[in-house]
Design a protein around this ligand. Structure first.
Ligand SMILES: C[S@@+](CC[C@H](N)C(=O)[O-])C[C@H]1O[C@@H](n2cnc3c(N)ncnc32)[C@H](O)[C@@H]1O
Length: 459
């Protein structure tokens, strides 16, 4: 990182930019550097920093925004490799930080198969590499193995492995011995999943037709009848009447597995203990209504943060869902009645490693403590929440972590102390495997990673 801090804005000015494309490429490089350095230094999510930057800097048109945004996010995706160029051992010619930065931008664009040729050519020129760094004619780098091989051919003296694309601590907290599975995990974490949504209050086909009329191509999920994929293009949701009228909610397909495992009955009372803005509360209510239009079931949504609960209230109103109420969790005491609920969902705060596909920056901002700090809190929330489950009723534990330390280990520690609870067997929706705990791997159905376990309190 220090090498990035050492690159001076003046060193960009010293570059010999003559054509408009070269001047633009230089300006992009500078902006991307400022944003990248700021994100790494502040350890704040890239989405937030980029959003703030574009709010303040109105001068950028839509193409500028695209180049800056896509290059920036890609840099985090490939940082495990690009970082190797930050030392002079990376390449004999990239002997200054500024030149190294241009090498990184060039390689980044190639790894992503970006089509901004004039800018890429300018970055290559500024890198002083003295070689083209283009792909062989007609070839595209389809997966992480091909990308790794291509880099190795370009820079034979540097060692590149696919494992480099996630930090070493990830493998410590999420050990995978099988080489194929390890590669599948890296491949998934190095690519973006589509935007998944859930249709509510109307038939899925009707939603697909309405979106098609707006030229938005969707695909129905093969797993859940109310799920659709909206593809990879960003969509202005507020411009969609379907969204404004509460018939469409963005929710990753992996996250939707959790509601499906809860499988609430129409007249159940559920407590969503860590509801956030209520993605799963809304799903629970929608599943109740799908089973019975007159469903009288209720959901109490709790969270330690107030703002997301306000957002949930808006979303529930938009959908016309009457059975959802918020009850903030302010102290150690339960905000709800003991031994009362047919179902309690604990969607616990976690390291969120399962969402790294959408937030590639988080793998370099976070450290191993992000995982190691969580199990104590998770066990505490799960133990306290379990008091609200009535006899014979259901307790579901979920996280979007890929680490057994936050998943199986927490459930096992809970069960060891709470012998009135036992695991129930459920079916993994994407593999069909029956088990009492499921890890939803990101490559099984092109989703975020999730974990879910369903338990029952004895009667
Ligand atoms: C994984 S997120 C929940 C996501 C949400 N269920 C959804 O589907 O959108 C975990 C939530 O737990 C909340 N949380 C953190 N510590 C908590 C605590 N001690 N008690 C209750 N909620 C907590 C966080 O504010 C966060 O909103």
């Amino acid at each position: 990182m220090t090498f990035l801090n050492e690159i001076k804005a003046t060193s960009f000015e010293a570059m010999n930019a003559e054509t408009p494309a070269q001047k633009r490429a230089l300006s992009y490089a500078n902006t991307i550097l400022q944003l990248f350095t700021q994100i790494m230094a502040k350890k704040q999510p890239a989405d937030r920093i980029v959003g703030e930057y574009f709010r303040v800097n109105k001068k950028h048109g839509s193409k500028d925004r695209r180049v800056i945004r896509e290059s920036l996010f890609a840099l985090f995706r490939w940082w495990g490799w690009l970082n190797k160029f930050s030392t002079s051992t990376g390449t004999s010619t990239a002997n200054t930080g500024t030149q190294a930065w241009f090498t990184m931008l060039t390689l980044n664009a190639r790894l992503e198969s970006h089509s901004w040729e004039p800018f890429i050519a300018a970055w290559t020129g500024f890198s002083g590499q003295g070689k083209n760094l283009t792909l062989e004619a007609g070839s595209a780098l389809e997966n992480v193995s091909e990308k790794c091989d291509w880099l190795t051919r370009q820079f034979p003296t540097i060692s590149f492995t696919t494992d480099d694309l996630v930090p070493a601590w990830f493998w410590q907290t999420c050990p995978i011995q099988d080489a194929e599975q390890r590669l599948a995990m890296v491949q998934a974490l190095s690519s973006r999943p589509p935007i998944w949504a859930r249709v509510q209050n109307i038939e899925t086909n009707e939603a697909i037709e309405k979106l098609a009329k707006l030229d938005i191509t969707t695909t129905a999920s093969e797993y859940f009848s109310d799920s659709i994929s909206l593809g990879h293009k960003s969509i202005n949701l507020n411009g969609l009447s379907l969204y404004r009228e509460g018939e469409l909610e963005i929710q990753d397909l992996g996250s939707q597995v959790v509601g499906q495992v809860c499988n609430p009955s129409p007249n159940d009372n559920w407590w969503d203990t860590c509801s956030g803005a209520g993605g799963k509360s809304l799903q629970l209510r929608s599943l109740m209504l799908a089973k019975d239009k007159q469903a009288t079931g209720t959901i109490i949504a709790s969270d330690v943060r107030r703002k997301p609960l306000e957002e949930l209230a808006k979303r529930a109103k938009r959908a016309g869902f009457k059975g959802i109420t918020a009850s903030p969790w302010k102290s150690d005491d339960l905000p709800v009645a003991h031994n009362h609920f047919d179902g309690v969902l604990v969607d616990a705060p976690c390291s969120c490693t399962g969402t790294w596909r959408r937030n590639p920056d988080m793998r370099w901002i976070d450290a191993i403590e992000t995982v190691l700090d969580k199990p104590g809190l998770q066990l505490d929330i799960l133990s306290r929440s379990s008091q609200a489950v009535k006899a014979g009723a259901t307790l579901v534990y979920a996280t979007c972590s890929l680490s057994p330390l936050e998943n199986e280990d927490v459930v096992n520690a809970f069960l060891a102390k709470h012998t009135d609870f036992s695991l129930e067997v459920t079916t993994h929706p994407f593999t069909g495997i029956e088990a009492s705990m499921h890890l939803i791997l990101p490559y099984q159905a092109d989703t975020d990673g999730m974990f879910v376990a369903r338990m029952k309190r004895s009667s």
